[in-house]
Write a protein that binds this ligand. Structure first.
Ligand SMILES: *Cc1c(COP(=O)(O)O)cnc(C)c1O
Length: 393
């Protein structure tokens, strides 16, 4: 992204969507790579700040921000608050007034594009819970919010934000959205004399499930978007805004491998269950939206898949008390025994960050590995951690 986006195009920024995976060491790594962070909650903001992440490189998203979240965002000096509801404007103003400063903001719009992905991770459609409908006319939510911000002493409205959805493999939905947003920029200039100085394209760039598959190149998205931005802005005589992208999954998914131990194997007619020492508690993504993974045996990653009697369905399942606690359906993996380790590839995004302690399972450890050296960045939860704050009254 540094080479194909930041260095290739002037006036651009990358903000890592930290909800995909955030620990304090991850924040540090992102800082050292020269990127910024997108946070969506008090907890994510606090984690980033406690790692010493520079506040001006943090952007605060969220469709239901609390006053407490907005207060910390304003007081800590985050670079942008991305407004998702008109009521937020007054709250941001209140805290900015107390601080006697002008808070930089963007307004999130829903571009009215129904992304080609699972409906739970599509966010840009007109009736989405996210963003302002992009309608520009007197009395519309967007128009009124922009007028209000332009008049405010405490709000510095830099531009617009959109995010179409997640796990996309071609730029079609991003392009369709961008076309509409540029129309909106044009209308805002004509009707309100509002100049969009910054445009945040969101994230959504897809990740593959297996290292033998070619990764999606980020320029698959950024090249056509930047070309369209330049050509349309020229056509409509608009200033070319700063372009910001907010990828989460693309940055972290393929960097992550989850290691499980096989506890037992149950061979039934036509079906084999490989049960492991984790599951939906550390990775709820199959249970939520049938996310697909590939796994290999750690002792022999290249071994061919084992098929017991021709057409047996193999499931890798977790240890939670739910039949939906599945990690992989129709797994292709070598013959395993209890005690073997398996590696679930490309499971860095939305796994640890979505994990729970269901069934009072302890959250696993996280280890960074580079050039054969490892560092423990998150400790495995202890049994003490499991009962911390659980008062016996
Ligand atoms: C989730 C999210 C992202 C990142 O999505 P990915 O698919 O992980 O790239 C970016 N921006 C916003 C506003 C989001 O909600």
């Amino acid at each position: 992204m540094r080479e194909t986006f930041l260095e290739r195009w002037k006036n651009t920024r990358v903000r890592y969507a930290s909800k995909a995976f955030l620990t304090r060491s991850m924040a540090k790594l992102i800082e050292n790579e020269g990127l910024g962070l997108d946070v969506v909650s008090l907890g994510e903001l606090y984690t980033a700040l406690s790692a010493g992440f520079p506040a001006e490189r943090i952007e605060m998203n969220g469709n239901a921000k609390s006053h407490e979240e907005i207060e910390l965002a304003v007081n800590s000096g985050v670079g942008r608050i991305i407004v998702d509801h008109p009521d937020e404007l007054k709250v941001i103003e209140k805290f900015s007034r107390e601080k006697n400063k002008k808070q930089k903001i963007l307004i999130r719009v829903a571009p009215g594009v129904d992304a080609h992905t699972h409906k739970y991770i599509s966010t840009g459609q007109t009736d989405s819970k996210f963003g302002f409908p992009f309608e520009v006319r007197d009395g519309s939510m967007l128009t009124e919010a922009i007028k209000y911000s332009m008049k405010s002493e405490y709000l510095d409205l830099k531009g617009l934000h959109f995010h179409v959805g997640s796990q996309l493999f071609d730029p079609e939905d991003h392009i369709k959205s961008l076309e509409k947003i540029i129309e909106v920029m044009k209308d805002l200039k004509t009707n309100l004399n509002f100049i969009t100085h910054e445009l945040n394209f969101g994230g959504g760039f897809g990740a593959v499930k297996n290292p033998s598959m070619p990764s999606v190149k980020s320029e698959t998205f950024t090249e056509p978007m930047m070309k369209l931005l330049h050509s349309d802005c020229e056509k409509y005589e608009l200033e070319i805004p700063r372009a910001v992208i907010e990828p989460g999954r693309w940055i972290i998914s393929e960097a992550g491998i989850t290691i499980y131990r096989v506890e037992n194997i149950k061979e039934l007619p036509k079906i084999t269950y490989i049960a492991v020492n984790g599951g939906m508690a550390d990775n709820p993504r199959f249970a939520l939206y049938q996310a697909e993974y590939d796994a290999v045996a750690v002792k022999n990653p290249d071994a061919p898949a084992y098929d017991r009697d021709g057409g047996t369905r193999v499931l890798i399942v977790g240890k939670c008390c739910e039949s939906g606690d599945i990690l992989i359906d129709n797994a292709k993996i070598m013959k395993l025994e209890a005690g073997d380790l398996i590696a679930l590839y490309n499971s860095g995004a939305y796994t640890f960050s979505m994990s729970s302690t269901y069934n009072k399972l302890q959250r696993p450890a996280v280890v960074f590995v580079e050039n054969g050296e490892s560092k423990l960045v998150v400790e495995r939860q202890s049994l003490e951690d499991i009962i911390r704050g659980d008062n016996l009254v």
